[in-house]
Design a protein around this ligand. Structure first.
Ligand code: FAD
Ligand code: NAD
Length: 466
């Protein structure tokens, strides 16, 4: 039987990054993945394919709606070839998952293909291509998550679908009904409205992206409305049924009336659930809480001392970069180091266009905590760079402590915000004040100037360009 210092179950961004860091730190490392490709949800059916489809559909929108204003004329009709678009997406996925194979080899990590299940706290049985059993001193559970569903919905995966099927459709829906105005619903909703589908978003709460700063929800809602999407807030879905090629969704509105929606596809995007099916965690004595999460302490250690857990399968935001940080954290802990993660500074990004990005506290959270703060906001339309490219929607908002001026939260919506948020994370990691940000140079003309201007507005309300 092969023996390891550490074995990792699951090869998503949590698992494969943990494996690399363990190997870098000199541990003999194995990784077990039930699918034939590595990379987990993120690389196969999550972050990467959704961004490929967002990019392709963005190009189409630019070509059909904006090229003309730039003086670019395309003779003839511009058409979507969805089959080709999906094939390109798959090629991007294949290249990316292939990259993980390379990284595993480069770091001498043994890869086992098959379902890993605990026999006891140090032995894992593998069922599948590489069937057998391995032994490991330490084990990291990185089994990720699967889409959640509502109890009364039957996902037929044909017309009543999750994000996984929505990334593989054979036709552009005529009318896509989306249940859940969260990250998946909005990213994939934007893909399909750009490609010509009518889109209806049904959200239970009173706004889209309910966990983000309300200002961002409001601004993105405007973008979807401008694209003629129906944004049905405060609607509680009661039933979803198939009628031939039609899907009928009934939802109760605020007044208690039942409203009916008819479409040809229904995307259910109401969150994801931690995944431990088939893991046989009981055999090792690992505790799973009533939310289905593997329970961990501050060191990401389960109740069984040599077993750790990371990523979507434990508490916290279900984000690839959070899983990666945790993978590194556990590897370094096993090596006797003292790593640290500040969960308040894990940024959140929605890859629509305009992009939405945030880090730290929202205004709602600061109010609730009774923290006095100042807010400085700067609109993208006041930036030369934004006007040059025609990306004038959005703003950057900086929230700073009223007394100390320390930055407590940064919330932005606009072009390239997914990248701009890194500046805010860096500033907050170093506990910068708004004045600090306002005093260092930002290249002109860039979108990043909005960050400086918002900092000037937060410091003492003296932005230069509005
Ligand atoms: P996963 O990536 O889910 O990987 C777990 C792996 O474990 C899987 O490969 C699974 O097959 C394997 N596994 C499970 N059980 C076993 C077992 N018993 N034996 C062997 N293998 C097993 N996050 C972002 O940060 N940015 C984004 O842009 C983003 N976009 C997304 C878009 C979509 C459509 C979706 C669905 C998710 C997106 N996410 C995004 C979320 C992100 O994918 C997850 O947070 C991330 O993949 C979690 O990583 P993980 O390693 O914890 O688990
Ligand atoms: P989510 O939690 O972002 O959004 C789910 C939405 O569904 C919420 O707004 C919620 O209020 C709503 N909802 C819940 N029950 C409902 C009901 N009965 N009727 C109507 N609406 C209802 O979840 P998601 O969009 O499914 O994404 C799942 C996870 O994947 C998220 O945790 C997210 O972090 C991750 N993800 C991240 C990215 C990214 O980082 N860009 C992209 C996609 C997914």
């Amino acid at each position: 039987m092969n023996s390891y210092d550490v074995a990792i179950i699951g090869s998503g961004p949590g698992g494969y990054v943990a494996a690399i860091r363990c190997a870098q730190l000199g541990m003999k490392t194995a990784i077990i993945e039930k699918y034939s490709t590595l990379g987990g949800t993120c690389l196969n059916v999550g972050c990467i394919p959704s961004k490929a489809m967002l990019s392709s559909s963005h190009h189409y929108e630019e070509a059909t709606k904006h090229f003309e204003e730039h003086g670019i004329e395309i003779p003839g009709e511009i058409k979507v070839n969805l089959e080709k678009m999906v094939a390109r997406k798959q090629a991007v996925v294949n290249q990316t998952t292939g990259g993980i194979d390379f990284l595993m080899k480069k770091n001498n990590i043994d890869v086992y293909e098959g379902l890993g299940s605990f026999k006891d706290a140090t032995h894992i049985k593998i069922d599948g291509k590489d069937a057998g059993e391995i032994e490991a001193k330490n084990i990291i559970i990185a089994t990720g998550s699967k889409p959640s569903n509502l109890p009364f919905i039957t996902l037929d995966k044909e017309r009543i679908i999750t994000s996984t099927e929505a990334l593989e459709l054979k036709e552009v829906p005529k009318h896509m009904i989306i249940i859940g105005g969260g990250v998946i619903g909005l990213e994939l909703g934007q893909v399909y409205y750009r490609l010509g589908a009518e889109v209806t978003v049904i959200e239970y709460m009173d706004r889209i992206l309910p966990t983000m700063d309300a200002g961002l929800s409001k601004e993105l809602n405007k973008v979807f409305k401008k694209a003629k999407c129906k944004m049905m807030m405060s609607h509680k879905v009661q039933s979803v049924e198939r009628d031939g090629d039609e899907v009928i969704v009934k939802a109760e509105n605020k007044k208690g009336d039942l409203v009916e929606f008819r479409g040809d596809y229904c995307l259910v995007s109401v969150g994801r659930r931690p995944y431990t099916d088939g893991l046989n965690a009981e055999a090792a004595g690992v505790k799973i809480n009533d939310r289905g999460q593997v329970e961990v302490n501050d060191h990401l250690q389960t109740n069984v001392p040599n077993i750790y857990a990371i990523g979507d399968v434990i508490r916290g935001a279900m984000l690839a970069h959070k899983a990666e940080e945790e993978g590194v954290f556990v590897a370094e802990t096993l090596a006797g180091q003292k790593p640290h993660i500040d969960y308040n500074l894990i940024p959140g990004v929605v890859y629509t266009w305009p992009e939405v990005a945030a880090v730290g506290k929202t205004e709602e959270e600061l109010k609730e905590a009774g923290i006095e703060y100042k807010a400085g906001q700067f609109p993208f339309r006041a930036l030369g760079r934004a006007r040059a490219s025609g990306d004038t929607d959005g703003f950057v908002k900086i929230l700073a402590d009223k007394t100390t001026d320390e930055v407590l939260g940064v919330h932005m919506i606009g072009a390239r915000c997914a990248d701009l948020i890194a500046e805010a994370v860096t500033a907050m990691e170093f506990r910068a004040s708004a004045e600090d940000i306002s005093r260092y140079s930002h290249a002109h003309p860039t979108f990043a100037e909005a960050v400086k201007e918002a900092a000037l507005a937060a410091t003492d309300n003296r932005p230069l360009h509005v």
